[in-house]
Design a protein around this ligand. Structure first.
Ligand SMILES: *Cc1c(COP(=O)(O)O)cnc(C)c1O
Length: 378
């Protein structure tokens, strides 16, 4: 059996409350999964495919316990159990839909925007999401990149002060050891032109045991302006454990933003999204983006048409607390950047009168103020 994570020995390893136990006991094979879930033929075949090649399977015992053992279409299960449909290719699907390889400016560093860059700090995750946008590289080997391997990326950032925002991602950087992750954050803190850093991790959702007071304090001390970007997709993921993980981070002064991916059969319903966004705000997590699932090879069965996301946003925008409403984002093919799709609000604009459409669908004229008379200074 493949062990997805390099864990270090520790006396607490015997406890399911310890993240290393969770990582060590992650289900990575058909045999392991079979004892927990009644698998369908579509899943069995999907798991065999994943074992043979491509995006590996790894499901932490914690997340596995959230799966309905009898329902292959359970929204939690669809996110983590491979299905036979992963071998199907839809026209237009790509291995690297966001053109990250083409935009690599230094090893492990992707730059697609003027002031932001993405550092791919590891290829490992505690759990491999079946719709991963980086399935071309996650779980493929190498593990957490050492400071030496990341040296050229740090040099590039030092030489390019236009970049003010660095997203530390992967894989999941919190699968690395405390010392590895804090060393990366400290190296970034030492680059003066970087204003803030985002740590992109699904640990609060798939491996909440990773988030301890000790880790949160270390993260806060390693970088003075650190934001946590996490990824909840369904209200069923809002458990006592994930709630505690979020509280620990926020109580240590680390703001959390959430990026959900819109997935067919998982969260493409109004009630599900509303419950998710409300539940996040209640836990002091800000819904930041709802992302259209990227056209990655093997994810066609999980994607919705773009119109579905727009339809859902029509019913959310203005109908819920503004702080609970994320932006709906589609990442354009070939890495041309993210586009925000909002319900159309601008109907007409002429002679200083702008006709706006409200969330109730009413048309309202907004009149610009008259141009101010120029005043002569004495
Ligand atoms: C999504 C992304 C960002 C961040 O975009 P924001 O809209 O600022 O959240 C930065 N770099 C890359 C390569 C990205 O894919």
């Amino acid at each position: 059996m493949r062990l997805p994570i390099a864990a270090t020995e520790s006396p607490s390893l015997a406890s399911p409350d310890d993240w290393r136990w969770q990582a060590r006991n992650a289900a990575t094979s058909l045999v392991a999964l079979e004892s927990h879930l009644s698998l369908s033929e579509a899943e069995r075949q999907g798991i065999r495919q994943a074992e043979a090649k491509g995006l590996p399977m790894s499901i932490t015992p914690y997340y596995l316990a959230l799966c309905d053992p009898e329902d292959e279409y359970c929204p939690i299960r669809l996110q983590c159990v491979p299905r036979v449909e992963e071998s199907q290719t839809v026209p237009g699907d790509l291995k690297d839909p966001l053109g990250e390889q083409a935009n690599e400016v230094a090893p492990h560093l992707v730059r697609r925007y003027p002031d932001r860059a993405l550092l791919i700090a590891t290829d490992r995750c505690g759990l491999y999401c079946r719709y991963c946008t980086r399935s071309r590289l996650v779980g493929q080997g190498g593990g957490a990149r050492s400071l030496r391997e990341l040296g050229p990326a740090f040099s590039w950032l030092r030489d390019n002060p236009d970049v003010r925002d660095v997203i530390v991602s992967g894989g999941d950087p919190l699968i690395a050891s405390d010392s590895r992750i804090t060393a990366i954050l400290k190296a970034l803190a030492g680059i003066e032109s970087i204003d803030h850093v985002r740590l992109a991790t699904r640990a609060p959702v798939t491996l909440p045991q990773r988030i301890t007071d000790e880790l949160a304090a270390k993260l806060r001390d390693a970088h003075p302006a650190l934001w946590i970007m996490t990824h909840f997709n369904h209200p069923r993921e809002l458990t006592p454990e994930s709630t505690r993980a979020c509280a620990t981070l926020v109580d240590h002064g680390l703001p959390i933003m959430n990026q959900s991916v819109l997935l067919r059969g998982v969260n493409d319903s109004l009630d599900t999204l509303k419950a998710l966004f409300r539940g996040l705000v209640k836990r002091r997590v800000r819904p930041y983006y709802l992302l259209q699932c990227d056209p990655v090879k093997g994810t066609g069965h999980l994607r919705t048409p773009l119109s579905r996301g727009m339809e859902l946003m029509e019913q959310i925008q203005g109908h819920m607390s503004g702080i609970a409403v994320p932006k709906f984002i589609v990442d354009t093919p070939e890495g041309r950047g993210k586009v925000n799709l909002a319900p159309p609000a601008l109907v007409n604009c002429s002679n200083g009168v702008t006709t706006l459409r409200t969330f109730r669908g009413e048309l309202v004229d907004y009149k610009d103020p008259p141009a101010p008379k120029t005043q002569k200074s004495e």
